[in-house]
Design a protein around this ligand. Structure first.
Ligand SMILES: [Fe+2]
Length: 502
């Protein structure tokens, strides 16, 4: 393709879809319009054209009337039904002029009688685009921005916001290449998060160039159009991909720059201009507060989780006999949970609950916690408060709400004689029943203030005797099945912190 002719103001709305079943004609129109400076897509019939219009923004449809599968008239009716509003200009011969007139009644903008020369075509398109399409285009942009904002509101993760932004930009600004850099904490160095298009993806030297531009936009905190120097500069790179034009926009929030978006168009595609930059700024400006708020929330969750982990460590420091107990209960719980079909986020929660299950012991006096002999009934009543204290601590941490019932119920008995709620059987949360079994197993196989560790065969016996009374028999059987060789289960694979505590 050759370079476009000089930019024409009416090309603000410049995305044209050529719909023509005859390949030679289709290519001829597309080539001529591209040379004129329009961004051109093509379709071979009405059906393909509708799919194209639904996947990306089109300002004007230049369409034949008679085509296989779906003709122009039917396409126009479908466009109305689906709320697709590009201007439509039909190409028609004398044989179909009645249809063309009918299409005007149905909402087409104009028609052009065959045969025509390209100058007539350009003039007609210019007239249609100039007469009202600008306001139509603004209206369409407003609707796009509104629906983009609505999509952002539904996202729960900053990366999802970035993905929505990329999808929106890809659809409305028709880049050939796109890169998104993420800046941690609103000020970190830009790191590539997403690269799209062969030009940006396949060439290391182009990626260096992109990074340079991203850093520059970050420093300036402003959007830039990369003009003709883009092509020259990229050509200078030994392996660089030649770009016709580019645009760079930082995603700036109240606390800094959260990312940078870089777009590139191939030589021959219309260059990015001020209007494109305005739209890019609008989209990035809409995305920025969402990214910022989700990142703050994630950071807050991380801080909360760190505080909770410190509490858990404090319990172990306080209770000299339970060093490592919480970690081991977490590992055993994850192992048994997986055997019983617990997966994904639930498995992570189960392991976290295992690590935090005795956090309430922070509120139990040391004299009771480390007493080398049996507890009196009064002391036991105090000790029994730890699941309640644990619930009270954890319920203040928003990210750990799902862990709270597991910690609260980890001393319930299957026959209803446990504490604190005294619930029984399947009224006890399933994952709390798992915790109860591995907590008992870990306590019996470890040194305690009141007993020496028992061997695995003896502990298996204790668990089987307590099945149906203290523990869920199905859970006990599954755990005993894991202890076939009478050694302590290997939980090294669970040495890293669970995701909910990171
Ligand atoms: Fe406990």
């Amino acid at each position: 393709m050759t370079e476009p002719e000089s930019a024409d103001p009416i090309h603000i709305a410049r995305r044209i879809l050529v719909v023509e079943d005859e390949p030679a004609l289709r290519e001829a129109y597309a080539e001529a319009l591209a040379l004129r400076g329009y961004a051109v897509r093509t379709a071979a019939n009405g059906e393909d054209a509708l799919a194209e219009m639904e996947s990306r923004t089109v300002d004007l449809v230049l369409s034949d009337l008679k085509m296989p599968r779906m003709g122009g008239e039917e396409m126009l009716c479908e466009m109305t039904l689906r709320g697709l509003k590009p201007a439509v200009v039909f190409l028609t011969g004398y044989g179909t002029i009645e249809s063309a007139v009918n299409c005007l009644k149905l909402g087409a903008s104009d028609y052009l009688l065959k045969p025509f020369d390209m100058l007539q075509l350009f003039k007609k398109l210019g007239q249609v685009l100039a007469s009202g399409s600008q306001s139509h285009s603004r209206e369409a942009q407003m609707r796009e921005i509104e629906s983009f904002s609505a999509r952002l509101r539904g996202q729960k993760d900053s990366n999802e916001i970035f993905k929505a932004l990329l999808a929106q930009v890809k659809r409305t600004l028709a880049p050939d290449n796109m890169a998104l850099f993420s800046c941690a904490e609103g000020e970190g160095a830009p790191t590539p998060l997403f690269l799209w298009g062969d030009g940006f993806r396949q060439c290391p030297s182009t990626r260096c160039w992109l990074l340079e531009k991203a850093a520059l936009a970050m420093e300036r905190r402003g959007a830039m159009v990369l003009g003709p120097q883009v092509g020259k500069r990229a050509e200078d790179l030994r392996e660089g991909v030649r770009l016709g034009s580019g645009a760079v926009v930082p995603i700036v929030g109240m606390r800094g720059v959260h990312g940078v978006l870089v777009l590139g168009r191939a030589p021959g595609s219309p260059p990015y201009g001020r209007e494109d930059l305005r739209l890019l700024n609008v989209y990035a400006g809409h995305a920025a507060p969402f990214v910022e708020s989700l990142r703050s929330r994630q950071r807050f969750r991380g801080i909360s989780a760190e505080v909770v982990t410190s509490y858990a460590q404090a319990v172990e420091a306080k209770d000299i006999y339970t060093r490592g107990h919480s970690e081991r209960v977490g590992g055993y719980a994850a192992l048994l949970g997986r055997v019983l079909g617990v997966q994904g986020r639930d498995l992570d929660l189960l392991r976290t609950a295992g690590i935090l299950h005795d956090i309430g012991k922070i509120g139990i006096p040391d004299g009771i916690l480390n007493k080398p002999s049996s507890l009196t009934s009064e002391e036991y009543e105090v000790m029994k408060r730890h699941p309640v204290v644990g619930r009270d601590i954890l319920s203040r941490v928003s990210s750990l709400q799902d862990v709270v019932p597991l910690v609260y119920h980890h001393h319930e008995w299957f026959n209803g004689q446990g504490y604190p709620a005294g619930c029984r059987g399947t009224d006890i949360p399933f994952m709390a029943r798992i915790l109860s079994v591995v907590d008992g197993f870990e306590a019996l196989t470890s040194v305690r203030s009141y007993h020496e560790p028992m061997g695995v065969p003896q502990v298996k016996q204790v668990l089987l005797e307590g099945a149906g009374r203290q523990w869920d028999p199905a859970v006990v059987n599954a755990w005993v099945g894991q202890l076939a060789d009478d050694s302590l289960p290997d939980i090294r694979e669970f040495k890293d912190s669970p995701a909910s505590l990171r």
